[in-house]
Design a protein. Structure first.
Length: 461
């Protein structure tokens, strides 16, 4: 069987020749003497039209096929210069591989994204999700390519861990204990010695701390894997299970960090524009009208730069427009992030040097003693897509900060060792993969860019 992608890419080699394809029926229109079947085989964004005639023994069976049926078609590929599609198959044989029941939930009409979320196992058969998930796959590949071309080592960090990298306490616990019969110590506390790892463990919220240990051995590394957050945020940009890309670079400061982040985003945008033109045109036409113009502008201009303190000054002037009023020291909310990138900068923007109180313990203290060398990258339509920082590389300062925050140093001995044995300036960031897919496709809900979304109250399939 040849793929539909191959027919489109190398059409000259196949025109007027016999070909066979396998795919799923999108629609059937039958008249007395002949009929048309539109087939999608999933390898290419375009579908293929099949013409068949009543000279076939199974003409009646084919004409009654329901949407979703799997078929194998043999016939001649002929050019159709006057039609929308460049060619069609004049079938000599259509065999039914697997029929589809008449209650097939996907019909030819447009379904809402909300409805399609209720059938996550079938939605990849629609145009929208064919486009989303092929582009998602390409973005992942492009990210690997970006880092591999620059000699970053891909490190697999663990998913089960004993630490809370971000210190936000938003973790899913991992245990083999029977919840109806939890072993207790005499003082009533949980007896973790009876648990699988003999201590409390959780699903990782970030691979960063493990990533740093490898950066201190390889200089430049990156992780690319699933992360988990039990955030009770029921929004269009939060998932409980999402993928993160976390580069970490030794001998790199915040400026180097931003250069890599900007280079990566531009590389990935160029990659999908070049490798998925049909899908990107579809998003531009049906999902987000300004998408292509916006992405083309991004690759051809510099990202904006602003410090948190400057950003707060700008936002305070527009406080009348916000639900949550801004003042120095507050964490920026999505509405503020989007205002900065959409109304003020009108392009991606790096916000740097946040107050230490609203950022994680590992960030490097700035000389002002109030802010840390943090950077968030904000993009239109989403807000924060990247969070990163230069890391505290002084053993004394890091230990002091951990004491201040009440973190148990015994749990972070490995992390302190990195500062004890050959500490070096180093920086890194985390790109939220789903948010990146949203940004590049214009899709508005994180539930529609991950194959099987896990969000508050939802873990179907
Ligand atoms: O800003 P965050 O929390 O940073 C870290 O985890 C650092 N350890 C990264 C690092 O420096 N190596 O998360 C990084 C990114 C966010 O900018 C966001 O894009 C994404 O991860 N993210 C989420 N995406 C989907 N659902 C959630 N619940 C997310 N939480 C964070
Ligand atoms: Mg963040």
């Amino acid at each position: 069987l040849v793929t539909v992608r191959e027919l489109y890419k190398n059409r000259e080699a196949y025109l007027d020749k016999e070909v066979s394809i396998g795919g799923w029926v999108r629609s059937v229109r039958a008249s007395k003497a002949f009929g048309f079947i539109v087939v999608s085989d999933g390898t290419y964004f375009e579908t293929l039209q099949v013409v068949y005639h009543d000279t076939m023994a199974n003409f009646a069976e084919i004409s009654k096929l329901n949407v979703g049926a799997a078929i194998i078609v043999k016939g001649t590929l002929v050019a159709t210069p006057d039609a929308k599609q460049p060619f069609e198959i004049q079938a000599t044989e259509v065999s039914v591989e697997g029929p589809s029941a008449p209650d097939y939930p996907l019909q030819k009409k447009r379904h809402t994204l909300e409805y399609l979320r209720t059938i996550t196992h079938l939605r990849p058969r629609t145009n929208t999700f064919q486009a989303v998930f092929r582009v998602r796959s390409l973005i992942a590949y492009a990210i690997h390519q970006y880092f591999q071309e620059r000699d970053f080592v891909y490190v697999h960090t663990p998913l089960i861990t004993g630490s809370d990298c971000e210190g936000a306490g938003e973790m899913f616990q991992v245990t083999t204990m029977d919840l109806n019969n939890i072993p207790k110590n005499e003082d009533g506390s949980v007896d973790y010695t009876k648990d699988f790892f003999a201590k409390p463990t959780n699903l990782t919220v970030s691979g960063q701390l493990n990533g740093e240990t490898y950066a201190m051995a390889f200089r430049n590394i990156y992780t690319f894997g699933p992360t988990f957050r039990a955030e009770n945020s029921n929004t269009t940009r939060h998932a409980a299970e999402f993928w993160m890309i976390e580069p970490e670079m030794a001998f790199a400061d915040l400026e180097d960090n931003m250069e890599v982040a900007e280079g990566m985003l531009k590389y990935v945008i160029r990659y999908v524009l070049e490798h998925a033109p049909e899908e990107m045109a579809f998003f531009n036409n049906f999902i987000d009208k300004g998408l292509l113009d916006r992405l083309n502008n991004v690759v051809n201009s510099e990202f904006g730069r602003v410090t948190y303190t400057e950003a707060v000054k700008i936002l305070e002037e527009h406080n009348d427009q916000f639900d949550y009023k801004v003042s120095w020291g507050c964490d920026l909310q999505t509405e503020h992030e989007r205002f900065l990138t959409e109304q003020i900068f009108k392009k991606p923007v790096f916000v740097t040097d946040y107050p230490k109180e609203i950022k994680a313990f590992y960030m490097k203290m700035n000389p002002d003693g109030k802010t840390v060398a943090a950077v968030d990258c904000l993009v239109p339509g989403i807000g924060e897509i990247i969070g990163g920082s230069q890391r505290e590389d002084s053993l004394e300062k890091l230990a002091a900060r951990m004491d201040e925050l009440g973190l148990k140093k015994e749990d972070y001995q490995f992390y302190l060792d990195l500062r004890k044995y050959g500490s070096a300036r180093h920086s890194g960031f985390g790109l939220g993969f789903e948010r990146c897919v949203m940004y590049l496709t214009g899709m508005g809900n994180i539930r529609d860019v991950i194959p099987f979304p896990r969000t508050v109250g939802n873990c179907d399939l």
